[in-house]
Design a protein around this ligand. Structure first.
Ligand SMILES: O=C(O)CCC(=O)C(=O)O
Ligand SMILES: [Fe+2]
Length: 317
């Protein structure tokens, strides 16, 4: 069981094998990174034939592959967007009435506070409010996220299709307690393997509203990056760090030869997709600012060669 975790998504260096000092000195972490990356490339090749030309996504997928991030403006037509906004406003307002802002005693990442319609989670002084999108409760959002063209885009970004993953209406309230540092505001990468996230922004995001920031090109596993990952893995194994989402300083980013981060101040109706193996953070925000989006984490199984669960490499349109 413990050994088979190696072939799964586990990333905590408190794990007896993943966080084993000798094994990381021998290159375990870097091996997991490169092997899972090869698996993702293989799956993507198999999916490409079916999806790349789908509905004009080709140019965006190319940019996503090259930069690790892409912003697609005017994702919906005006009528559909209005319809969606009416639904979202109704759901957010019902959620706000049903669940007043909870108090937060913890620092760093809080535990999810579960409700029937979703959950709250504090990241330091930021409150993330997630309302689950399902067919019955949010039919418009559900339809948009499950239409064939959107599914195609998500499958390519995830390098795997037909995985059941939840999508959410995501309201973020920032700096509710400015003394409590939001850990998402430090540059980091989420995990060791290929993984994407999307935010479909429903309202403009301006510079003071904690825009998403991404270091373009930092998703590439260059020898310099792998060297950094290696050193971090040995240190993390020694310290038995729990998270496994390595933080990076701006000095280190410079030493890695990476550019200044790109700040995604975007108009409403923009879809941003990012490969979260690349370095990113939530930008600084003024007290009490909000961000509203549809959101999903697109995580494949790191070490599978099958892009469709249950089928042996066959991909049907
Ligand atoms: O909310 C953001 O802009 C980014 C947060 C983040 O780092 C993440 O969700 O992985
Ligand atoms: Fe992140």
């Amino acid at each position: 069981m413990v050994a088979s975790d190696i072939l799964g998504p586990a990333k905590s260096f408190r794990h007896p094998i993943i966080g084993h000092v000798g094994l990381n000195r021998a290159g375990l972490h870097v091996l997991r990174m490169t092997a899972s990356s090869c698996c993702a490339s293989w799956r993507r090749r198999l999916l490409r034939r079916t999806y790349e030309d789908f509905d004009g996504w080709r140019v965006h997928i190319k940019k996503f592959r090259k930069d690790g991030v892409v912003a697609i403006p005017n994702f919906l037509g005006p009528q559909q967007f209005e319809l969606l906004m009416t639904e979202v406003r109704g759901l957010v307002s019902a959620f706000t009435t049903a669940h007043p802002i909870p108090t937060n005693e913890t620092r760093g990442f809080g535990k999810p506070i579960e409700y029937a319609e979703g959950f709250d989670r504090f990241d330091g002084g930021t409150l993330n409010r997630f309302i689950e999108i399902n067919k019955a409760s949010a039919p418009v959002a559900h339809r948009i996220l499950h239409r064939p063209s959107t599914r195609a885009l998500m499958s390519i970004a995830r390098t795997e299709r037909n995985l059941k993953q939840n999508f959410y209406i995501y309201q973020m309230l920032q700096e509710l307690d400015p003394g409590n540092r939001d850990p998402q505001k430090d540059f980091h990468r989420d995990t060791f393997h290929w993984a994407a996230k999307f935010w479909y922004f429903l309202e403009d995001v301006e510079a003071h509203q904690g825009p998403f920031e991404y270091v373009v090109g930092s998703h590439r596993l260059t020898p310099t990056r792998l060297g950094w990952e290696y050193r971090r893995s040995v240190d993390s194994a020694k310290q038995k760090t729990p998270g496994g989402a390595f933080r990076v300083t701006s000095d280190e980013l410079k030493k890695l030869g990476l550019p200044e981060p790109k700040v995604f101040t975007v108009p409403a109706n923009t879809l941003v997709i990012a490969d979260v193996r690349g370095f990113h953070r939530r930008g600084d925000a003024e007290v009490g600012t909000e961000r509203l989006s549809l959101y999903g984490s697109l995580r494949p199984r790191p070490f599978t060669l099958q892009p469709t669960p249950g089928s042996l490499w066959k991909v049907k349109a």
